[in-house]
Design a protein around this ligand. Sequence first.
Ligand SMILES: Cc1cc2nc3c(=O)[nH]c(=O)nc-3n(C[C@H](O)[C@H](O)[C@H](O)COP(=O)(O)OP(=O)(O)OC[C@H]3O[C@@H](n4cnc5c(N)ncnc54)[C@H](O)[C@@H]3O)c2cc1C
Length: 433
Amino acid sequence: MKGLEQFDLVIAGGGMVGASLLCALSPLVDQYDLRVAIVEAIPLPSFSANADVSVDHHKPSYQPSYDARSTALSWGSRNIYKQLGVWDRLSLQATPIEHIHVSDQGRFGSVRMLASDYGVDALGYVVENGWLGRVLLESVEQMKAVSFLCPAAVVGVETTTTGSLIHIENEGVTQTLETKLLVVADGGRSELCRQLRIDLEQHDYRQQAIIANVTSQRPHQNIAYERFTKTGPVALLPLNEQGKRMAAQNRCALVLTVAEDEAEMLTAMNDKAFLEKLQEKFGYRLGRFQQVGERHSYPLRLQWAKDQVRPGVVIMGNAAHTLHPVAGQGFNLALRGVACLAETIREACIANEALGAMGLLQRYLDRSCRDQKQTIAFSDQMIRLFSNNDLLLSHLRGLGLLALDCSPPLKKWFAQKAMGFTHHLPPAVRVGK
Ligand SMILES: Cc1cc2nc3c(=O)[nH]c(=O)nc-3n(C[C@H](O)[C@H](O)[C@H](O)COP(=O)(O)OP(=O)(O)OC[C@H]3O[C@@H](n4cnc5c(N)ncnc54)[C@H](O)[C@@H]3O)c2cc1C
């Protein structure tokens, strides 16, 4: 048992959200002498500064947040990472999405969006989670003033009049941290939310997302495909491989959403049978699928913490809101929340306001609440509409896609959602062009 250590801010969870928040707080740590700690349960790899930038795709997944998935970062998220000073490194292995193609299997309508129509280089970027984790953790490792407690799990939390006491454990050794502000970023199955008795609103979609990297006969040409089928959406995101010509880039990140029972069947199949099923669902826009990598599946649900701020506590990322991946919005929303919280903390530091003060935390929530509600509703309505096989509804859907493709204002609204533009965040974190 070690003694009591005191901090201004402790982040529980060093996943994509916790590590991004730490990067966003980095300038404040130095400028205002903030004492900050991050606690992560799963061991993270250590990278040497001169390490080669290539990611070993054959390495087994080592960490749940930085696993075999890829994330579609919106143009807005790219702007946030630019502000945080990590984009230059991240962009070394980020594949631009120059074109989005949305279609409905067996229906005539489809929507095409081009980055050039909206005056941006890309509508978004695809980044492998392993690479995102590596870049974020390299930045975190360089922050000498921050205590990076890893591997160490938060096993208990007690709120006090001045903040929280956080009990952490590593290989039988326990330690208690005292903090003015606790940021809970321990993911969608948050043990800390349970301990803090945070009420959750939940809806189980009874679907699973199967992810894998696939190789197609034709090059992806930096197009991201979203195809709605009777059994759920198929998303194929372009992935570039270093050293390969543009015309030979044919590796894509697949996110295949299906009902729970079909997911079991699809994960148990051999590669050949799986690729045939995928071909049936997606069609031949990319020619024949030739190869599939390791498959992983994720149960899908919508979850929203009703109580995201309390005196001295704020809930972030998947612990605050877990979304269906259909529109690739979950992490982008969380990153806007990260930028919003960091900006609110910056203002509090300038005004010498206590970090755990409810006024400060409520200000953060008021700023990000509308974004959360709109983004959750967008993803949820999209999956409900496109998972419904009602004949009339599927006709209307086809017409809707045609109308969307023919109506520039409607299409612009849709493209802005995909690009993660928001108009109601504080100016410092507004993420338009
Ligand atoms: C199939 C799929 C595809 C997706 N694609 C996209 C996409 O294209 N675009 C997008 O924007 N979003 C996407 N998402 C959503 C995105 O993955 C999540 O928003 C993101 O992972 C949330 O990160 P997080 O850090 O909040 O949680 P997590 O990634 O779950 O990280 C939580 C961290 O906390 C640690 N932890 C847990 N408990 C403790 C404890 N007691 N003590 C210490 N540490 C602890 C864990 O080890 C982990 O590192 C996708 C999701 C899925 C399932």
